[in-house]
Design a protein around this ligand. Structure first.
Ligand SMILES: Cc1cc2nc3c(=O)[nH]c(=O)nc-3n(C[C@H](O)[C@H](O)[C@H](O)COP(=O)(O)OP(=O)(O)OC[C@H]3O[C@@H](n4cnc5c(N)ncnc54)[C@H](O)[C@@H]3O)c2cc1C
Length: 469
């Protein structure tokens, strides 16, 4: 059946239903519903197939978006799943957590009239295909006998393992945590990404021949030396785990928490990995101030709300327009009752035996900094104290080179990011010819989809290095 050329005018964008704020804050589950086959086909049919697929170019992994939308419109689910996996190792996860408004959907020709709901359809494809029994097609893979160690089971490591397995190279993925996913599991809260989705991905990868060795920290439980000697090549996807602090007084007062330990404690509690309530950071009944306006800040806001905080305020030093957090997550935070305080710069965390508040000063935006973002300037005489009995610091993360890098000729830049080749035929190769790297440890804190991209590209380089490509 041929498509009506103006279908996008007749069929408006329709997203799966979102649970009402007052209900969803009562639990930690995902908040969006799902398309059925008819919804997905109808929404996919809105794609104009505009000939110049800006969506595809803007997508960091260059997904074949118009092509899989077309397959879904025709009801060819398994073909769409196979095609979706040609460019992305975690499509059902990217469909959930990518900031589509800044990437594919922001570039959609229909943007002004309601972009095609690419993220929701991407999520539908793998969710539904797996439910119906689809598994990645490995029938043409020929085993090469090569073995590669992948250190880090985050998006970068999983992207690398996926491509290596498809190249006939046996990947053994090590991670310090008891579950795979890196920040997908121990960072991003379950209301954005159900952890069963990550576990399902583990099963898919194991079905492709990927081996996981968890609860194992390389450099402590196994020396890196042994890994380099035992494998044909190594991929590092270690992430960034050094917390950025504000450098002001009171940051070490009891009741002040770094964002990640707070989020991890909550996940450990939800997953039953830590059953000792003494270890939990529980903000029930507390007046909470979250410092920072990025996605991590939004996740802390919404986790604190779900824990039953008496109030949650989020202070950010620029205005709303300049906030780095995704629009979707800022809107979700607001709906869930978070009180935003824009143009407020923290000066000090105040208290005695424990925190009692945050001293902030108002700001206005001045000249742009070297990154082009307008610098916040403080307005004298506008100091105030925001009362708080818990404060969460969500200022981001910096790469933290492992102490064993230097012993193995793996060079880091002054920023702490690992130096990799950006040109030539083996991008993502470190200064040690046998070791490759990608994800947050190479580019600094970024996105799931960019980490997947780098892991995949590094794996292609490894295949070239091993002479199998
Ligand atoms: C709170 C939070 C929310 C976020 N929300 C989003 C979002 O909504 N959308 C989005 O696109 N991005 C989001 N991000 C960013 C995204 O999660 C990261 O960019 C991405 O996970 C980076 O992937 P990675 O594989 O490089 O590192 P990670 O995900 O950090 O994985 C690194 C893994 O390496 C392991 N490891 C480290 N050292 C060793 C060692 N020596 N031995 C064994 N294992 C080791 C770690 O245990 C970890 O599992 C968020 C980040 C945070 C912190």
């Amino acid at each position: 059946m041929s498509k009506h050329p103006l279908q996008f005018l007749e069929v408006p964008r329709r997203d799966p239903e979102k649970e009402a704020a007052e209900e969803r804050v009562q639990h930690f589950g995902e908040i969006y519903g799902h398309y059925d086959a008819a919804d997905a086909a109808q929404q996919a049919g809105r794609c104009l197939d505009c000939g110049n697929p800006y969506c595809e170019w803007k997508c960091p992994v260059h997904n074949y978006i118009p092509n899989w939308l077309n397959l879904i419109e025709q009801g060819k689910l398994f073909e769409a799943a196979e095609l979706s996996h040609q460019t992305n190792s975690l499509p059902e996860i990217c469909g959930r957590v990518c900031p589509q408004d800044r990437l594919c959907e922001g570039a959609c020709t229909l943007d002004e009239m309601g972009a095609v709901s690419i993220g929701n359809i991407e999520r539908y494809i793998t969710d539904e295909a797996v439910k119906q029994g689809w598994r990645p097609d490995m029938t043409n893979v020929v085993a090469t006998g090569k073995r590669v160690a992948v250190i880090g089971a985050g998006p970068a490591g999983l992207g690398a393992a996926d491509v290596l397995a498809r190249e006939g190279i046996h990947p053994v993925v090590y991670d310090a945590y008891p579950e795979i996913g890196g920040l997908l599991t121990f960072g991003i809260p379950p209301f954005k990404l159900d952890k069963e989705i990550v576990r399902q991905r583990q099963e898919l990868l194991e079905g492709m021949g990927v081996e996981f060795v968890l609860n194992t920290r390389i450099g402590e439980d196994i020396p890196f030396e042994d890994i380099v000697n035992d494998y044909d090549a190594v991929f590092l996807g270690l992430g960034t785990y050094k917390y950025v602090h504000g450098g002001f007084q009171g940051e070490d007062l009891p009741g002040v928490y770094d964002a990640l330990p707070f989020l991890v404690s909550n996940v450990n509690r939800q997953l039953g990995l830590d059953r000792n309530p003494d270890n939990w950071i529980n903000l029930a009944g507390k007046h909470v101030v979250v410092l920072g306006g990025g996605d991590t800040g939004m996740d802390c806001n919404r986790t604190a709300v779900r824990q039953g905080a008496a109030s949650v305020s989020c202070a950010y030093r620029r205005d709303e327009e300049n906030m780095p957090g995704s629009r979707r997550e800022v809107a979700n935070s607001k709906e869930e009752g978070v009180n935003f305080l824009f143009n407020r710069q923290p000066l000090e965390i105040v208290g005695g035996d424990r925190v009692t508040g945050v001293k902030v000063i108002e700001t206005r935006l001045g000249e742009p900094d070297p990154d082009g973002r307008r610098r916040p300037e403080t307005v004298p005489g506008t100091e105030e104290i925001l009362p708080a009995d818990a404060v969460i610091i969500a200022f981001g993360f910096r790469p933290d080179p492992a102490d064993w890098f230097a012993d193995h000729d793996i060079e880091a830049l002054p920023s702490g990011k690992v130096r990799v080749a950006t040109h030539g035929d083996m991008p993502f190769r470190t200064t040690n010819p046998k070791v490759f790297a990608g994800g947050d440890m190479v580019r600094g804190s970024d996105l799931v989809v960019t980490a997947v991209f780098e892991g995949r590209e590094a794996a292609k380089s490894i295949a070239k290095y091993l002479g199998v490509r």
